[in-house]
Design a protein around this ligand. Structure first.
Ligand code: SAJ
Length: 424
């Protein structure tokens, strides 16, 4: 049901790091937006002009509310009378398998609200075939008989904290099960994105998204394994990557690290390998191998830490180790799948006395270890047998830490080389 040619009533299901930037862009484009979320606190906060994410400010949310065209809600009935529905809910792994519970729940809420010609777009990262399969089927089960709606897939490409690429200027893929569905999705996104790229089917768009992150995951695994060999060959891997990175074509630099965290990279490739395994009965060998390598990186970091302590004739048991950074990457507070937790657990199991410093992350979840405020890091470093840099936040004073620390294991190549500084 359209309200005029250029403006839509858009329901965005999920107001997190993907849904809220989309809602913000849609309100700015003149659309009326219903921002649905099951988290009542988040909805209350949005109504009060409080943003739950860094990329959309409180002022942005207040302006959305004041425009009279943004309606945060937790009530499914409020979704009625919309004509575009965009689903931006989490698709985590549960026991290593894709968990579509939130996606199915969204379809159940949307289905009864659908009228002829409405458009439903799934943005959550899913295995190829999910949009046309279980998602479309659930919508069909829940809508009134005979309603003719359109379904498409458009992968989210939000990179939280990226200063250059944001929702509007990042090219947007859209893929519908048939031409009109693709046309309608392309027409809607053209009102809120600078570039819309049409894919022939939802499966092409679903797999393109998975390829984007599987490409990163596999290449990070390559450099993590090469880093282990380079260390034993006494070749500084960081110089190797920097040198290779001067090639202006055909090479993209990836860097070794303590492991691969976040809500995208450790998860998305598993959607691909799971679909291949389930549907074709064979493994996606490269993804499985990359997962073993990347998941083994925290153990490798602990091995390297042990070798350094051993040179000091110190066992893990009773040694004081300061961990710098618990978030999954610099500049974020997000600790999902972060390697720090695995590293800390292994060190605690070996009897080390752990302290953790992270100016951004909520360390209360690491309730078994001591936490150090930013101002106390240099002092804590001087009292430690070993400092391990896991997440290279800009807030750390690397010069001061290098001066006071006896031994540093630098997994991010952030410290200036010195006798007490050791790199992965
Ligand atoms: N990492 C490495 N070595 C690298 C790059 C990353 O060890 O060379 C580690 C990071 O420390 C982190 C993990 O991998 O623990 C993931 O890092 P990431 O830079 O891929 O950051 P993400 O997870 O925020 O990935 C997102 C993705 N965006 C979307 O899926 C929409 C990804 O596609 C982007 O390429 C990436 O941001 C980005 O470019 O920042």
């Amino acid at each position: 049901m359209n309200i005029g040619n250029d403006y839509y009533r858009v329901a965005v299901i999920g107001q997190g790091y993907v849904g809220l930037p989309l809602a913000h862009a849609a309100v700015a484009a003149g659309h009326h937006v219903v921002g649905f979320d099951v988290d009542a606190d988040k909805v209350d906060g949005l109504r009060a002009g409080v943003s739950p994410i860094e990329d959309v400010s409180h002022a942005d949310v207040a302006a959305m509310i004041n425009s009279g065209r943004y309606q945060p809600t937790g009530m499914p009935d409020t979704l009625a009378l919309c004509n575009v529905y965009v689903v931006t809910v989490p698709t985590p792994l549960r026991d290593g398998r894709p968990d579509l519970a939130h996606v199915i729940a969204a379809a159940r809420s949307i289905g009864p609200m659908l009228s002829d010609d409405d458009l439903v777009v799934l943005e959550s990262t899913v295995a190829p075939g999910t949009t046309s399969g279980v998602f479309h089927a659930e919508l069909g089960r829940r809508c009134y008989p005979g309603v003719a709606f359109h379904v498409a897939f458009s992968p989210e490409r939000i990179d939280p904290g990226n200063p250059h690429w944001h929702f509007r200027n990042t090219p947007k893929l859209v893929g519908g099960a048939y031409r009109e569905a693709t046309d309608r999705a392309a027409a809607f996104y053209a009102t809120i994105c600078d570039t819309v790229v049409r894919c022939a089917t939802p499966e092409v768009a679903e797999m393109a998204k998975l390829l984007e992150n599987t490409y990163r995951y596999v290449n990070i695994a390559l450099i993590n394994e090469l880093a282990r060999h380079a260390a034993d060959l006494r070749i500084p891997i960081w110089d190797v990557v920097a040198a290779a990175g001067t090639k202006p074509y055909g090479f993209h630099a990836f860097w070794p690290g303590p492991g691969v965290g976040g809500h995208c990279l450790p998860v998305d490739p598993m959607y691909l390998s799971d679909r291949v395994e389930q549907q074709l009965g064979r493994p996606f060998a490269l993804v499985d191998l990359a997962d073993r390598i990347n998941a083994g990186q925290p153990r490798y970091v602990v091995e390297r830490a042990g070798a350094l302590l051993n040179r000091d004739r110190k066992p893990f048991n009773g040694s004081h180790i300061l961990i710098l950074g618990a978030a999954y990457k610099a500049g974020t507070a997000d600790m999902r799948e972060a390697p720090a937790a695995d590293i800390i657990r292994r060190l605690v199991d070996l009897g080390a006395v752990i302290a953790v410093a992270d100016p951004r992350a909520d360390l209360s979840v690491l309730n078994t270890v001591k936490t150090v405020e930013l101002g106390g890091v240099a002092a804590a470093a001087s009292a430690s047998d070993l400092v391990i840099l896991v997440t290279d936040h800009a807030e750390f004073d690397y010069r001061a830490i290098a001066k006071t620390a006896r031994l540093v294991l630098d997994t991010r190549n952030r410290f200036t080389p010195a006798p007490n500084i050791h790199k992965l």
